[in-house]
Design a protein around this ligand. Sequence first.
Ligand code: AMP
Length: 289
Amino acid sequence: MKVVRTRAELREALGAAPRPVGLVPTMGWLHQGHRELIRRARSDNATTVVTIFVNPRQFNEAADYTKYPRNEERDLAMCSDEGVDLVFAPGVEEIYPPGFDTAVSVGAVARPLEGAARPGHFDGVATVVAVLFNLVGAERAYFGQKDAQQVMVIRQMACDLAIGTDVLACPTVREPDGLALSSRNVHLSPAERSTAPVLHRALLAARRRWESGERSGDALRDAMWQVLTAEPLARPDYVSVADGSTLAELERVDGPALLSLAVRFGSTRLIDNEPLGAPASGTDRRERV
Ligand code: AMP
């Protein structure tokens, strides 16, 4: 496994790399969710590239950026263990050199939910992913369904900017108690950790209502809300029942939809989602430019 730090080293290493190339962008502190993306990339491609970059532009709170967990040594060991060919782990100035003065801003699909709750977040995501897509020139890139809106934002960006990288979404990896794996879980206190599966329980409560025929958006939002508010440590940020392709809030669920929610435990904010009907952000759908 090769580890490179600069754009020039990356370009050189990629020049000799067998095609197709699969890219897995990450912010490090790798866990089983990242491993599954890497495995999928390896099985689909001749070369697997992982990027490790804690992107300051996607953090709307400075404290969240500072305390984001980092352990490059462990991350590199995990990548090597998974058979990754190339890791790009740049410093901030390598991605945003002095004079960098462009932001990529995606429209409607980036506005609700995480876009509304975290101003500037998706501009930061779309900008860094556009840079990474252009630097790596991969045939395919792999993202987690756990960040369903992010997948939709990146697909829109890649399509509109005519970037020829297929954006693939992989299923959410969970702990046995249902909590979606996340680098941020490390910040939960023991009491918060034992409460955190409430996100998944709330989603499943709404899914069960939907499976038994409930189609009212309000009733499904209420089902999630009731489960969340029964837990004193959980402070819900939003619950949503949205259209699977536009993310507009639904009065009635008549087609593919996305249940999603964001919940704070102390200073830690967790998100999760559950697609209803056909996968909202295309668990296995490929979109060509
Ligand atoms: P992050 O390092 O948190 O920016 O995540 C890098 C990629 O891993 C993103 O595409 C995430 O959606 C994905 N990811 C994070 N957690 C999970 C999970 N529990 N299951 C599947 N993918 C995940």
